[in-house]
Design a protein around this ligand. Structure first.
Ligand SMILES: [Zn+2]
Length: 279
């Protein structure tokens, strides 16, 4: 039971948390939107919503999780279904086809280009996009992803697994490879379903051995595996130069009632924003 004093304390926590998480929230928003203007709107609205609901924050989830959850739900609310969006059924049908593969080099090269990666990410349905970005780019655990998305742990893992497959298919575009396969352990689909867990080091020894044997003998899975590893790794290479845009920083600073530039907003104060308040 929260008394008035505890509520006030929480509001202070939320304001401080927003300032501390701003760079991460902006990077997450950029990864799940098609352009920077949408990302800035999303972060601005997240800040407003968080401050409005500060008294509802009970500290059950970490502030980081709570703030990302608000941003996620705002993003889902405004997500439009785009004609170019991949269908889960289509992607799964492709990955279930033993003859389906991709050119891993092309996929990995595209994943290393920020623009290509963003174009590919926005083709994922939003709940898959957020699962992959939070887990592979923002370093959330599967349990934290489940918390942000409001789903069970198995459902979160499923979204990460399918999201990675969709990302590789989006990056591969038309350059798919179709190669005949020989008789080897596991069906390709069984192997492909397990590859995400393999990457995350979650397979038991016998399963890992079977998967490795499959990869040795299979003509189509190794490029998919390489593409998954490469795309996942590129996603994890944080852009160290992410700078919060001046207009967004000003907006957030006003909402937070900060009288001096906050440490989290330093990149902007160093750039000499004219609207900067005196310290
Ligand atoms: Zn295979």
């Amino acid at each position: 039971m929260a008394n008035v004093r505890a509520t006030e304390d929480r509001s202070g926590d939320v304001a401080r948390g927003v300032a501390a998480e701003l760079a991460d929230l902006y990077r997450y928003a950029r990864s799940i939107t098609a352009n920077d203007a949408d990302a800035e709107d999303l972060v601005g609205d997240t800040v407003v919503r968080a401050l409005e609901r500060a008294s509802q924050y009970r500290g059950e989830a970490s502030l980081r999780t709570w703030l990302h959850r608000i941003l996620y739900h705002l993003a889902v609310d405004r997500a439009r279904h785009h004609a170019h969006e991949l269908s889960e059924a289509d992607v799964e049908a492709r990955w279930r086809d033993d003859a389906y593969s991709v050119d891993a080099e092309v996929v990995v090269e595209r994943a290393e280009s920020a623009a290509e990666l963003r174009d590919a990410l926005v083709r994922l349905p939003s709940h898959y996009r957020s699962a992959v970005v939070l887990h592979d780019a923002e370093g959330f655990t599967a349990a934290e992803v489940a918390d942000v998305l409001g789903v069970s742990l198995p459902a979160a893992k499923q979204r990460i697994r399918r999201g990675r497959m969709m990302l590789v298919s989006a990056l591969s575009r038309q350059e798919e490879r179709r190669t005949a396969n020989a008789g080897i352990p596991l069906s390709c689909w069984e192997a492909r379903e397990q590859v995400s867990s393999y990457i995350d080091g979650e397979l038991e020894d016998p399963e890992r051995a079977a998967l490795e044997a499959h990869l040795v003998g299979c003509a189509t899975c190794p490029p998919l595996y390489q593409a998954l590893v490469g795309a996942t790794t590129s996603l994890g290479d944080h852009d160290p130069d992410t700078v919060i845009p001046a207009a967004l920083a000003d907006r957030v600073r006003r909402h937070l009632g900060l009288e001096a530039p906050d440490r989290a907003l330093d990149p902007v104060s160093e750039s000499g924003s004219p609207e900067e308040l005196p310290g």
